[in-house]
Design a protein around this ligand. Structure first.
Ligand SMILES: [Zn+2]
Length: 247
């Protein structure tokens, strides 16, 4: 597959849902009428801690989220008064996001549910104020060996998007592959939403809700891979909202 803008091969990997032209800063999405392109966004590093040299950028879908509904808490309810609205949780998230809208984040660089949940819930709870620029992150020129090979040229075993063990690093270069497409991300957004609610309500018995998702964007978030961050799937976002999580 070639970029229709510059003619160079697109990057992705065997598991890719979307493909990238790093030269043009475009993402290509397969659809009924072939590939369509759009320009993703890249978030700047905002951490106030020392930023490591090997910054990675993790593909993440972001939706403006408007949930409606209620959660039932505690013992099975006998009357409607026992049922509490789910709104208190989302109100807290909405306040954290102000003055912007509250977002649901869905990591798109992995399919492992535990990683998607840990990082997605962390981002939703933090509601980071992102400094976004259109296009893809630049490569780190000093580390060319870390850049993944173009998908269709890569020999077996060298594809981007293969999740690596704890001693092997993230398995991709500066820019992550995109393995969760737009429709996958919409389904996963519901999963993240329910994980956020369950995270706050330990006695959740049932929930009825409707989740309106709009304004989806593909955002690359700066992060560093470090096996010491066991509780966040070996990743730390290089965003100031995550600075206090560092011991
Ligand atoms: Zn191109």
């Amino acid at each position: 597959m070639l970029c229709s803008n510059c003619g160079l091969p697109l990057e992705g990997g065997d598991e890719a849902a979307l493909f990238l032209c790093r030269t043009c800063g475009l993402a290509y999405e397969p659809g009924d009428e072939g590939l369509t392109s759009f320009r993703p966004l890249t978030a700047s590093v905002t951490t106030e801690l020392a930023a490591p040299s090997d910054t990675r950028y993790l593909a993440t879908w972001r939706f403006v989220a408007a949930p409606e509904g209620g959660a039932r808490i505690g013992r099975p309810v006998l009357s409607p008064e026992d049922s509490l609205p789910v709104d208190p949780i989302w109100d807290g998230i909405r306040k954290a996001a102000a003055p912007g809208p509250p977002y649901l984040y869905v990591p798109a660089f992995v399919l492992a549910r535990a990683v998607v949940q840990q990082l997605g819930v962390g981002l939703v709870m933090a509601q980071p104020q992102l400094e976004l620029t259109p296009g893809l992150p630049a490569d780190t020129p000093a580390r060319p060996t870390l850049v993944a090979a173009p998908s269709e040229m890569a020999p077996a075993g060298a594809t981007a998007g293969v999740s690596a063990g704890p001693d092997e690093g993230p398995g991709f270069g500066t820019v992550s592959p995109i393995v969760a497409g737009r429709q996958d991300a919409r389904a996963l957004a519901n999963f993240i939403y329910l994980a956020v609610v369950a995270h706050e309500l330990h006695d959740l018995v049932s929930i009825e809700y409707r989740l309106e998702l709009s304004g989806e964007e593909l955002v690359f978030l700066p992060a560093v891979w470090d096996p010491r961050y066991v509780l966040t799937s070996n990743w730390r976002f290089l965003l100031r909202e995550f600075d206090d999580l560092v011991a």
